[in-house]
Write a protein that binds this ligand. Structure first.
Ligand SMILES: *Cc1c(COP(=O)(O)O)cnc(C)c1O
Length: 364
């Protein structure tokens, strides 16, 4: 499909965005589709849109329906089958929003939904019923309200730009947003949550890095879910960001049939450290409507972490969390390493199951 595309076009993020696969006809040109599957995809597209950058599409196995890349971006009829635990807004993000665009759940930090758009629409998106596939940008009166809110709430020291994907904004829009945030004295760190290094690495340009660098300390969390996503292009993107002085973290979602095995997770976290990305969170899949078929048992996540902790570099081990339904925030769920704890001693079990003791220190 892209035989006649020049290298210059291919390497341009604007070309990648403009040429995303969003219809069944386009999809047919890149993967094999049986007529039954095509019909199901058409039904799904009526409810949830599709977008896949040409770059990300080239990572798909065209003949294999259970390709881990393909499953993340190709619509499935199962998205239309809700289960009894599904909710439109399981994290109560609407309720916890004091002004449009801001989610204020924790005392000292906020999530700021700056753009509704994403390079690729992940089928397991936690905001599937809200921002999913929308082009809205936080601007004008909404932006003024958000900035005023941040100015008036001086205990907010950490602003997390999310969406959608903040790196779908132009350099200019992003730069002016960062400038406004940096002008607020109480804002200490700015974080960017972006899947673009994975789904559209062409977006990471020297110009973008120059914009971000002006407003340090900037931190960036990206979103790799599978080792196959760690390509030469993604590596180059992450290295450019790291070289601009931006510490990189990764948030993965535990996904049924995609990365729900200790072996795949180990390959992923090792690959991430090689490209200077620190695994940060592993999320249990949320209760959002239309993503039930991606959910795994919680024991799967606990088992994955148990098989990483102690067995490999501590740097490689993410914190496994459940973002609590009802807006309770992220809560770590890990194997309990404490066997007993008294005023005299704490008894622990190490990664090999061996029992270890440490005397409790008295408090005087
Ligand atoms: C995840 C999240 C944050 C950031 O949480 P950390 O645990 O500090 O990474 C902030 N606000 C909201 C609403 C969030 O969902």
């Amino acid at each position: 499909m892209w035989k006649d595309v020049t290298a210059e076009q291919w390497n341009s993020w604007k070309w990648q965005l403009a040429n995303r696969i969003s219809s069944l006809e386009q999809l047919r040109q890149v993967i094999d589709l049986e007529s039954e599957e095509a019909k199901e995809i058409a039904a799904c597209l009526e409810k949830y849109p599709m977008a896949i950058t040409p770059y990300y599409a080239t990572l798909m196995d065209e003949a294999n329906r259970s390709c881990p890349i393909r499953m993340q971006v190709i619509p499935s009829v199962r998205e239309l089958q809700n289960t009894e635990v599904d909710q439109a807004d399981p994290l109560h993000e609407t309720i916890d929003s004091p002004v449009p665009g801001l989610i204020h759940r924790y005392p000292d930090r906020v999530a700021f939904l700056v753009s509704g758009n994403c390079a690729v629409y992940c089928r397991f998106c936690t905001r599937k019923s809200s921002t999913y596939g929308r082009d809205r940008i936080c601007q004008g009166a909404d932006l003024d309200k958000a900035i005023t809110y941040l100015k008036n709430n001086r205990h907010i020291r950490d602003v997390l730009l999310t969406g959608g994907d903040p790196l779908c904004l132009s350099d200019h829009t992003l730069g002016s947003l960062l400038e406004m945030l940096r002008a607020i004295e109480s804002v200490e760190i700015i974080r960017v949550g972006s899947r673009v290094p994975v789904t559209m690495p062409q977006r990471i340009t020297p110009e973008l890095c120059a914009v971000l660098k002006k407003y340090h300390p900037i931190w960036l969390n990206t979103h790799f879910n599978h080792p196959r996503e760690i390509t030469a292009e993604a590596q180059r993107a992450c290295e450019m960001l790291a070289n601009a002085g931006i510490p990189l973290g990764n948030q993965s979602v535990l996904l049924q049939g995609i990365n729900d095995s200790p072996a795949i997770m180990q390959q992923l976290v090792h690959g991430l450290l090689r490209i200077r990305v620190r695994p940060y969170y592993l999320y249990q899949c949320d209760l959002t409507e239309g993503i039930g078929h991606f959910r795994t048992p919680v024991t799967t996540g606990i088992d994955i972490i148990r098989k990483l902790q102690g067995h490999t570099s501590g740097l490689a081990v993410p914190t496994y969390v459940i973002d609590a339904p009802g807006g309770g925030g992220k809560i770590p769920v890990n194997k309990n390493y404490i066997v007993s704890h008294s005023a005299q001693e704490i008894v622990l079990q190490n990664y090999e199951g061996e029992v270890c003791k440490y005397p409790e220190i008295s408090e005087e």
